[in-house]
Every structure is written in C-alpha cells, then in structure tokens.
Write a protein that binds this ligand. Sequence first.
Ligand code: SF4
Ligand code: SF4
Length: 476
Amino acid sequence: MNKAPEIASMIPNDLDATFRDRIATVDEKGKRKWVFAQKPKGRFYNARTYVSWFFFILFFTLPFIYVKGRPLFLFNIPEAKFIIFGQVFWPQDFFIFGLTMVTFIVFIILFTAAFGRLFCGWVCPQTIFMEMFFRKIEYAIEGDAAAQKILAKSPWTKQKIFKKTTKHLVFYVMSFIIANFFLAYIIGIRELYKIANEPVSMHIGGLLTLGVFSAIFYAVYAFFREQACTVVCPYGRLQGVLLDRNSMIVAYDYKRGEPRGKKAKAEAPGVHGDCIDCHACVRVCPTGIDIRNGTQMECVGCTACIDACDDIMTKLHLDTGLIRYASETGIAEGKSLRYTSRMKFYTITLVALAAILSFLLATRDDVAATIMRTPGMLYQERGTDSVSNLYNIKVSNKTIDDIPLQLKLEGSNGQVQIVGGKVVNVKKEGQGSGSFFVVLPAKSITNRKTEIRIGLYGNGKQIDEIKTNFLGPVAD
Ligand code: SF4
Ligand code: SF4
C-alpha cells in the first residue's frame, strides 16, 4: 500500500530507497536475504504464546477425538468425504458445502477489511508453527539473532557442525511428527496407526505421502520460512485489495514518530518526533520489513514490532503505542483504534452467517433420500382394480450403522413393493439405491396426478417422509 504523502516527504532518502522496488528478503541482485529475527518479548508476544499453546493442544489432540465411532474432524479429500464436528459430509451435501464456501469467502473479505491480517499473526498455522515452534527451537540451539548471524558467518568448526546438525535433525523430526498428524486429519488416526504397525508393503502410498509431507514441512520451516507468507500465500497477495484506510493493521504512528532521529538533550520541541530510529522494530520483524515505511504486503501482523517499540518507549518514559493496532485514518487523525460502526456491522454480518450455517448443520438429516418416478414410465394397470407406478430411490447414509430401509405408504390405501426384497440396504457412511412399486386401488385415484407420501423407516423408526406424485389413468 502507498505510504501516506506526509510520511513520504519525511523519510530520509537512504531509508526510502528500496522497499518499493523489491521485497525485503531479496537483495538488488535478486538473491535471498536471510532474516535473522531477534526474539521478541512483550505483552503481545506473551499473549500469542498462550494462543499458540491452545492451538498446539488442539492440533495434536483433535485427531484422537472420536464421536460415535467417527473422528471429530476428517478432511479426506481423495475420497471426497469430510467430517466436521462428527457430522459426515458427502458430495450430496453440495448445498451446505457451497454455502460454507460462500460464508468463508464473505468472512475472509469482511474480516480482512475490518481487522486486516489479524488471522495471519494470531491464528495461521504457518505463522504459529514458524514463530512459536521452529523459531523457538532455533533460539534454543543457535541463540538469538546476533548469535545466529555470527554462527552463519563463522567457519565450519565442530561447534557449528554440532549446532547446525542438531537443529536440522530436530527440525526434521518435528516436521515428521507434524506430517503424521496432518495425515491423520486426512485419513484418520486409526488408518495412520495401521500404516505405522502393518507391513510396509500394505501402505506404500501412505508412507510415500508421509515422506512427502515431512519433506515439505521441513523445507518450509528450515529454509523457505517467511517466503511462504510473502511470496506464496494467496491470502497475503489479496491484502492489497482487501484492506482500506479504515482497516485495523499494525501501523507506525508517523504523526507522532516523525521526524525520526535521536534527540539532543536540550533540543527544541518539534525537531524530532518520538521515533529515535533505533531499528528495534526492524530487528524483530520475521519478514524483514520496516513497518515505518507504511503498510506492506509482507507484514503478517505478528505484533513483534509493537512489543519492541513499546519496550523502547517505556525506557524513554514515553507513551507506548508508537507502533500499534490502528487504521490509516486513525493515524492520520491522531486517534487510537476504536471499534467502529463499520467493524460492528461486519461482525454482526459474520455472526449472522455463522448462525445460519450452524443451524443448517444442526438440522441436517442423517439420512438423505431422493425418490423419483422411473423416467419414461407412465402407470401400470394391475388387473381391474389396481394401478402401480415404478419409482427409483437413492439414499445417503451418514450414520455409522447399516440401515435396512423399509418404505411405507403414508395416509393412503395401497402398498409399497420393493423390487428384489423387502428392504433397501444402505451401508454405513455409504449410499444405497433401489426400485419399488407403489400400488394404489383404482377407485382411490381421482386425478391424473395424485400426491402420495412415502415413509422411510430404519429399525422400526421413521427417518424421513418424502412426497412424490402418482400417475393414474383418470383424465383431468
Ligand atoms: S522501535 Fe520505535 S523508536 Fe525504534 S525505530 Fe522502531 S518505531 Fe522508532
Ligand atoms: S512489520 Fe511488525 S507486525 Fe508486520 S511482520 Fe514485521 S514485526 Fe510483524
């Protein structure tokens, strides 16, 4: 996004030189610049740490939770089978799936317009695993940013070989563990257990997938890192069109901070702003940017620069919040962030959408059936006193039990005759189909088209009732 005109004129030329031309992690020759981010500390980092613990607990425990014999969550893309909160979704649930997608897109647009990259900084698994897991392992083994820089430049001594080998070994083992859990979300923990315990020859595909996932996670967290957010992530790329001047972002208060520079002891007021140009905010940034250049696509909203600057401001006995959550309009008008009516409107819209979707999910039937008259067939006269119509039935069983489905005619004299048996067998978490005749006494047919109701019964209990038409020989 463009820097506000006021600040553009205040920034010295040497600082203003490159951030518009290329991303912060690439030098003038197009080579990757490695980011040695200093370990942040402060209230936002602490809060994000707690959020990350919550996230890790969820991520590593959810695959073990089964409800009525089913995983709580399963995203089996190869088989197009999804289980969300224990509810199975098949391709037949296209309507709910479509609505979920629409809700999700609206959610993304509204949420980003109101709250910027709050998701990236606090909830995105990439940021959480990178900053709260792998980066912390790196700090523990190689030390903070300064020590990492020295280690990177130093020759391959025994100590360097030991540290680098240990780090990459730990990174790979952790990536392998994460890959296992990731796969558990796709095939279920029980299938994963089989892969681990049954002969290799029975699970070549699963083991290969595990190897590929582990390699990808390792490559991302050991080498690719912030590039996933700054170069690859489509959500990151969309920020330019989703954010506007009223969106909440991590922002530098240029009105208060500029002109930047160290203040002389007896300096006249107004010579310098509150920014002492210490670069503490730049040193902690995991994407290597200078937030004082204005909102940039590379900013993942991690709040590390807020903590770093608050620390400096506290030491200088100045108000914190030189870098803070704010909107561009708020900064221009010198106001701190308010929960504006626009944000309230977006929040209400999002809650309403989520409520509609929850209602649809909660009231969704376990068994979904469609009944249609067999195409190309009219009616059949049976003797002199009965007429029949032939129907096809298709049933999706979303429960974990096989259902021998019985069909009964409701509210009419007549009977249902299932072709080839007494029930339509529908396998658990599967689909079934069949054909059946509805036979009505001729004298009960008074119209060419009569509405009839078919009751669907499983284990003696009515599961559903479906209306359809019965064609008869009587002219309208
Ligand atoms: S940490 Fe604060 S004072 Fe230091 S350079 Fe960044 S904005 Fe300026
Ligand atoms: S600019 Fe600040 S909030 Fe944005 S990525 Fe860098 S440290 Fe995080």
